[in-house]
Write a protein that binds this ligand. Sequence first.
Ligand code: PLP
Length: 440
Amino acid sequence: MSGRPASHLFYQGRGRKPVLEQARGVYMWDVDGKRYLDGSSGAMVCNIGHGNDRVLAAMRAQMDKATFGYRLHFETEASERLATKTAGLMPPGLNRVFFVSGGSEAVESALKLARQYALAVGQAQRWKVISRFPSYHGATLGALAVTGYAPMTAPFDPMMRPMPKIPAPRAYLDGLDPEDPATGRHYADMLETKIMEEGPETVLAFIVEPVGGASTGALVPPAGYLQRVREICDRHGVLMITDEVMTGAGRTGAFLATDHWGVPPDIIVLSKGYAAGYVPLGAMVAHERLVEPVLDSGGFIHGYTYAGNPLACAAGLAVLDEIEREGLIGNAAAMGERLRARLDGLMQKYPFIGDVRGKGLLLAFEFVSDRASMAPLPPEAKAFDRFVQIAYEQGLIVYARRTRGGYSGDHILVCPPMIVTDAHLDEITEGLDRSLAQFA
Ligand code: PLP
């Protein structure tokens, strides 16, 4: 990596990364020929693996026809078919699909549709969107206002209207049993308390990652939590928005994470696995009950230039077809159980792993300095940076974040593509084991 010319490109910091040459299935190669197993599907994106021939063929076929048609000038077959296919995978009534190019745009769209719905039905006083901490809903200022992750929000606080937050249901830190319905009630009731504090007539929506993503490290809700959240939202006329950017399209072993609990939200946001990294694509899917009044009262005042472009939609459609054809959601459920058991085994071996959690192939383990108190490793240990680097050197890509409100607590997400086999799980487990031994 040394001796490379200075780059004009910048993202987060100054560090240089290996240069990607090729990616196929669960593997990626850099220009020096080093092979990596993509143990986090990038950022939990490449759910069907890299370089899928059928998806590439569908994209080529669309490219030969048209790569762009402005949505206010043309309808396209690709966007119509993807909208119909998507609506068919949603709970009843959630059948109106609005395309965007990523997760943050999908969240912004959901917030704005919710607000316009309130205006359309004569509830102009509703504008507050309650969310949780920790949480992550995107990088744009609207999505950031509902994000509960101080390292990413604090510099921009003066530029955003602060939105009310409640704690995420981290039973494992609070010493509560996640299987006990009383635990689910305990955390869900915090929403009702917050709604009452804010004034129910002012609360527009509650936005929630049904299984937590990077911010909580694959936090699974305690028993009855989402069902009770739904009841509370209904009781106060508050819309329930589920952010399935990371969980959607099968990663947790069901198309939507909320399918595990049979809880239908009012608006769903999708991205990441929805086009599995082949193109930038996301969608906001809303209940028809919300969309109709908005369209009747002058239309949705929102949209992005690239929205619904036919190439992106053709790719998305091919990805959904591939998930169905190859039974990848079932594979995510089955392989997720096996990988979970392997992570539990590693927890037995390494006392600095304090918790293993997740659902399907959205799995994580958390580092602690003391398992009894669940005290985190000190931030100076830079645990996640160090662990990711060690794993990288072993040819294994994992995804790391801080979890305790953002400034401390380190977890590692292990989320390989949904095409993984037992042999890949062996390779992941061996890579993790070697990395943990070196990290110790
Ligand atoms: N919502 C969740 C749950 C996410 O995990 C992410 C990205 O990590 C986003 C929203 C934002 O998506 P994007 O980075 O595509 O804008």
